[in-house]
Design a protein around this ligand. Sequence first.
Ligand SMILES: Nc1nc2c(c(=O)[nH]1)N[C@H]1C(S)=C(S)[C@@H](COP(=O)(O)OP(=O)(O)OC[C@H]3O[C@@H](n4cnc5c(=O)[nH]c(N)nc54)[C@H](O)[C@@H]3O)O[C@H]1N2
Ligand SMILES: Nc1nc2c(c(=O)[nH]1)N[C@H]1C(S)=C(S)[C@@H](COP(=O)(O)OP(=O)(O)OC[C@H]3O[C@@H](n4cnc5c(=O)[nH]c(N)nc54)[C@H](O)[C@@H]3O)O[C@H]1N2
Ligand code: SF4
Ligand SMILES: [Mo]
Length: 723
Amino acid sequence: MSPGSNGGEERLFDQTQAGISEVEGEEEGYTICDGCNEVPSCGIKFYRRGNIVTRIEPWPGFPASPLCSKAYATLQRLYHPERLRYPLKRTNPKGSPDPGYVRISWDEAYQIIVDHLNRIKEEYGPHAVFFYVGDPKEPRAAVQRLAATYGSVNYGCESSTACRRAAQLAELLTYGFPTTGGLPGDETRVMLIWGTNPAYSGQPFLCHGQLVDARERGVKFIVVDPRISPTAGTLADIHLRPRPATTAALAAGMMHVIFKEGLEDREFCDKWIHGIDELRDYVKAFTPERVEKITWVPGEKIVDAARLYATHRPGGLMTGAQATTHDLNATNNHRAILMVPAICGYIDIPGGVVKPTDPLVEMGAPNWADGPPKFCMRDKMLEMTKYRLDLEDFPVWAEKLFEVQTNHLVEWIKQGRVKAFLGWGLNTMIWPQTHEYQRAIESLEFAMAVDYFYRPWTHDYVDLVLPAAMNYERLAPFAYFGRRIFGRTPIRPLGECREDWQIALEIGVRLGHADVFYNGDVEAACDDILRIWGLSYDDLRRHQVEGVSVPGLGRELYRKYETGDMRPDKKRGFMTPSGKVEAVSLVLEKHGYPGLPVYKEPMETTLEFPLILISGSRVPYITHSKWRGDSPWLLELQTEALLTINPRDAAKRDIQRGDEIILKTAHGQIRVKAKPTIMVPQGVVGIMHGWAKANVNELIPRQFDAISGFPPYKEVVCEVVKA
Ligand SMILES: Nc1nc2c(c(=O)[nH]1)N[C@H]1C(S)=C(S)[C@@H](COP(=O)(O)OP(=O)(O)OC[C@H]3O[C@@H](n4cnc5c(=O)[nH]c(N)nc54)[C@H](O)[C@@H]3O)O[C@H]1N2
Ligand SMILES: Nc1nc2c(c(=O)[nH]1)N[C@H]1C(S)=C(S)[C@@H](COP(=O)(O)OP(=O)(O)OC[C@H]3O[C@@H](n4cnc5c(=O)[nH]c(N)nc54)[C@H](O)[C@@H]3O)O[C@H]1N2
Ligand code: SF4
Ligand SMILES: [Mo]
């Protein structure tokens, strides 16, 4: 039995336990799904009897809909007998085999936190406290407000550890605005999808469904992915299957062809790309023959893809949040991709790579992964920049991104620069060489985690574990999608669970800032944000199903670099130091790095480690470390860690489907089961992260891309043997 749960003694749907004795009929409720941590996410309509949710269905008319398997499983997760219900305090010393967690009251929990925070501020200064939110995006705005008010600039999150931010860094350096590209527009004639598999990782109908529709109306697709992903399988006219982590070479190969055949947009290149001549020179050496040797992609396919992309004007782009940055050349690999549409002149034109003019610009944030800057007190954080932990280790990052890059946490703790850690949705398995982070967090003077479940791989190393209310049980944050805003109608949380926002606000109140934290009232906090549009949560309630539409600022504008609408200062050009798209990045040069998106050889395979490991390719029914025990329905779909391996590589090792195997790198080994499949090319194996008993991140070295600080989750060399 997990600490803090009821161990299954209470009945799942026992209404007495949930505080309801008699129930008459069903009532409707509305919330959003947090199953894959996407923001904005899909809308859920639920039915409840009293305080018990009995069934769910898609929220009619909600922009992202219908629901996938994970959403339905959130109901099973909600009433899981192992769910955390009470605050827990460790009673045994750190390092004991049993932390000895006992139930405490919220009052005691808050007192412990506030005592530590006050003491640490006094002894070491506020920046020695690290505030963190894992992949769950919804808590982020409230936690940032807490960090800023307490006075620590050191706030980081999953995005600034291993996910979106390295790609975003590349985008900001290159285009001056963040973009992963996007879905094809009406004008798009060809799409370049690079290192992402939305068929599994995106909202199913919203994302992949629209791509399929686009294909049916004649849009051509180039998909770049080493695996025959469902996205490649269903869409690709040309599927390029590169050796992992060779992105910059493949992009250079495509640009070589485009320049050589004069297919670039000359005018755009000359007028709007800084360093175009250097880029032209650099890619001269990347002939199709040479690039074939580097990337494994047949030279003629590179030529075909380059021609298709440059001649079917305009071309769109869709990149992933992470796959092309999970290697030691992360920033430049991603920058190289971005230069392909740029030389074709596809930037900010209809059907190309557009910087959206509109979506809720008043809020200042595209989604809850960032949070509204005013509410998050970003100005205050900026004033404290010189105390950022990452300033020396990752200076380009620290200049461009507001969240601290977390991967040197181990060093900072060892150096005594971090003394306490407050984590919402904290999962130590996110980090390479996980055990080093576990030990580092364990050695802190104080660490706290807020979660749905007791996760031994994380919570064994902290002092306090607090139970979070789930998506059906929270009011904050409200949902927004495009220019539509929706409220939620939560049920009462189970046991003593509290909303993430409420916990952050209540800590703030107890630190002595009742006014800044709305006296702990989450609705008042939401109202404060909604005020931007003259709205309150009550207005959202009045328009519960259809939401409130906030009028746009006007029609979508294009080629904003020509009019001054691209930059806040209204000067013409892009938000880069040169005012142009930067093939040669002036920021990178300023910090002593090459300005061009240079190619760097990935780790070499050896006789001992002849295979390349790409970890973390998503499957539809798992999100990271979640969904294993949380929702037995989903666990039924895959009960244990599976290693995908090409049937030829398997045969060479006498490995059959379901065999127990050892996957090893120079840095560690795990025992898993084999799943031979032609989905992965020869020479490459794949496995999902987040399996506690077979944590692939123990096999990844703590080496990082110098610019972004990202780890090589999709580059490391390995071997597989029968167990
Ligand atoms: N090898 C390898 N490693 C990877 C990746 C990879 O591709 N390969 N991908 C990386 C990427 S892109 C990401 S995003 C990260 C995953 O990021 P992680 O932060 O590791 O994500 P999760 O495991 O989903 O969630 C962390 C914890 O949050 C808890 N939780 C969920 N929702 C909430 C909530 O609303 N409130 C609170 N308080 N807690 C909640 C969950 O129970 C879980 O314990 O992994 C990264 N690690
Ligand atoms: N079901 C589900 N959905 C999720 C998540 C989840 O865990 N489960 N996680 C969410 C999160 S946090 C994120 S970040 C997104 C991620 O969403 P995606 O970025 O779409 O993630 P993946 O499914 O890993 O797709 C990445 C693809 O890149 C390929 N790839 C690997 N290495 C390389 C390379 O060197 N070059 C190229 N060109 N391709 C490469 C892989 O084979 C894989 O097919 O998904 C989100 N949605
Ligand atoms: S794609 Fe699935 S898990 Fe993700 S928000 Fe939508 S319904 Fe939830
Ligand atoms: Mo992610």
